[in-house]
Design a protein around this ligand. Sequence first.
Ligand SMILES: Cc1cc2nc3c(=O)[nH]c(=O)nc-3n(C[C@H](O)[C@H](O)[C@H](O)COP(=O)(O)O)c2cc1C
Length: 158
Amino acid sequence: MSVSADDFRSALSRFPSGVTVVTTKDADGRPHGITVSAFCSVSLTPPLVLICIEKTTASHDAFSESGVFVVNVLKASHQHISEQFAAPAVDKFDTLSFRPGIDGVPVLIDALASIECRLQHAYDGGDHTIFVGKVEHVTTGQGTPLIYHQAEYKKINS
Ligand SMILES: Cc1cc2nc3c(=O)[nH]c(=O)nc-3n(C[C@H](O)[C@H](O)[C@H](O)COP(=O)(O)O)c2cc1C
């Protein structure tokens, strides 16, 4: 029995997620950033996380080229940052404040959390690649997370 693309999307959209901007750099040292909701923890010992990146994105190959990435967890007030990094642009980093993190990869200064990773594994995941990173450094901030649910941005009311 096969599942239609519409049914698949409809079911998966009912699962709420946080929103991250994952940054890396390419072989020429140019920064790349992409809005990613497919992020989760994998292991505590050793500390591992995974991200799933679509193979057709402009940033895809940069993850393997640099072997490092930073997961920046967005705050509720960061919808514009999510939109900025979900659209193709020459310089997505223009208007925001970043500092250099692991191997010089940009870390979003106002992130709710930033998780700096060294690439350990890359697995085929259909039209995505599953990148598993070992966490080398974390930074945390204050605030509430941006949520993505049923193709809309939402905030936690608490
Ligand atoms: C809320 C949200 C979540 C997203 N999650 C992912 C994801 O987990 N993996 C992915 O490959 N693309 C995801 N995207 C799409 C990418 O952000 C988008 O394709 C982006 O333009 C890719 O940038 P690039 O082509 O410049 O690398 C998401 C987009 C949005 C708005």
